[in-house]
Ligand binder design. Sequence first.
Ligand code: SF4
Length: 395
Amino acid sequence: MYPNDSLENWYKGQGLWSDVAPEDWNNWKWQLKNRIKSVEEIEAHLELTPDERAGCLFANKKLALAITPYFFNLIDREDPDCPIRRQVIPRSGEMKTSPEELLDPVGEENTKPVDGIVHRYPDRVLFLVTDRCAAYCRYCTRSRLVSNAQDYNFHPEFESGLEYIRNTPQIRDVLLSGGDPLLLSNRKLDYLLGELRKIPHVEFVRIGSRIPVFLPQRIDEDLCEIFKKHGPIWMSIHVNHPRECTHALREACERLSFAGVPIGNQSVLLKGINDDSDTMKSLIHRLLMMRVRPYYLYQCDLITGSAHLRADPRKGIEIIKSLRGHTTGYSIPQFVIDAPGGGGKVPINPEYVKKVTDEAIIMRNFSGEEYSYPLVATASDTPDPKAPRLEPILS
Ligand code: SF4
């Protein structure tokens, strides 16, 4: 159960870094330069468990370890099971590969017409523009290439990606991702967005980013001016737990909204982190308070070394069932499984339809009561004497 969602309970301040000048703390480059990246740096602030220590020592062979001071402050340092801690501090589970796990769990490598472009759906592409992130999530779907810990040697090719999009008229929607596109300099982002918006068949651009969550200081006025210049731009952020909803994140989302960027949230269902209804309900309520629409709840992909973080997908169905009818419909995300091997996103829903006959759909509502909706119109030519009289409209 999580505390009351009112704003006064949201995290604010510099925490462990209270002695840092606010102009440094609020500077995204200072945050990046002062990231926590080693066992020694973590242990200066909290005691690692033996399991975490082993995970940290292994991390740089799989996915780099890095945490911004801003995000580190959200960790409960007394609780090894803290939901923030488990997302960014490695554990020994990362060293084990289960038989069902894959290096490229959603088959992106098979749908790459040029380096950096994934073209799976006919009218849209994923454009991978960097392999770096502000901090690294221990369940990252692209851990094969992100941070280059596995020597993937990803070299983002803006020009060949742009050329492919220019020459493929069916592409109407481009999703920039990576790594995190908002780690690019303003100059590069301005160029990339400007070139994409010059392509007549590209109707809009989406950006997938966890920067607002790891590094809200990056969402400054200069960046928002670039978004205003090249809109429509839509953004998907990635918040998994209500404790990530801080005043700094709320203010960053407001700046984006006021720059005309609609924001959706994609959460990943994670074992012991957010795989219960109370946590998810608190999260979606807080998202709406930040002007963010809960969009997807993802079943965690079958990434190598992720078994300790993957929740049972049946919990995802239960969570959605516990929300539907019990809170604002607008706040309920779509639960999806990205089909292993490259089948794309499949919506997974609780069962509300009991039966479809030739005459009716028999369904259950949110509290399990049964209703039927007729499929065949039963209007008769004989007027119902009790029906209100409809007068002809005279012009
Ligand atoms: S921010 Fe996104 S790309 Fe980066 S590590 Fe997390 S999930 Fe992976």
